[in-house]
Design a protein around this ligand. Sequence first.
Ligand SMILES: N[C@@H](CCC(=O)N[C@@H](CS)C(=O)NCC(=O)O)C(=O)O
Length: 263
Amino acid sequence: MLELYYFPTATCGYKARLTLAEKGVEFVHRVLDRDAGELVTPHYLKLNPNAVVPTLVHDGHVIIGSSIIMVYVDEAFEGPALRTNHALERARCAAWLKRTDDAYLPALGAVTYGIFRRKEVLRQSQAELDAYYAAIPDPRRRAQRRSVVEDGIHSGEVTEGLRTLDRMLGDVEGALQETPYLSGASYGLADAALTPFVSRLNELGFAWMWGSLPRLDAWWHKIRQRDSFGTVFNAFPNVARQQAMLQAGEEVREEAIKILARK
Ligand SMILES: N[C@@H](CCC(=O)N[C@@H](CS)C(=O)NCC(=O)O)C(=O)O
């Protein structure tokens, strides 16, 4: 049996789900309710002690780390190969996956929380907020979360996050000058890995960030036409959330433009 634990809007969950959709692999959806504390239950913490998603369980074997899950799914199952045997393309793909883990995810997390999620989190009482922060196991992540929730767009985490994502978009544009997809001639894991990042910026109404990046814009258009995109991104429609994200993005747009102009 193949099971994937995720919550509907998780960027890392999207990476795993896009890979499964591209491979055409069926799996049991273990959809967690983050706001109901389902990432911190003893059962889930046993699977993923970091209290994050995604977690893949294949015939009882637990695999965590979204990029590791992507490579595992590509290797373990039939379906179109999402990495070629070409050494340079594999190296490029590995580099994109590493950057999503090391740089882009923390950046996108800060930007999402600092612009939009904070509004939901701050609806809690002080006691609930204290419990919310205390439940984040890693002290560094806990401090970052507090900063982005309390200071929003003015948090250093958010301003740095915006700059990192701006560089990410520039790097995507640069790669697409060389090859039609991010690591080579065909769609692959690197494209699946970057899709949720571009998609989240789009959800925040931040497509202006790639207004002068035509290759990225064309890639984004192409990616959205894929069946996998609809399967994954339309699975949990939530119009109210979409509108709230756009509105939150609109509220800080001028400030974000100023931050990026100061780099
Ligand atoms: N390196 C991990 C990071 C996982 C991660 O941070 N997941 C986020 C969602 S993208 C999460 O579960 N956050 C918990 C929260 O928002 O409370 C991976 O790639 O799987």
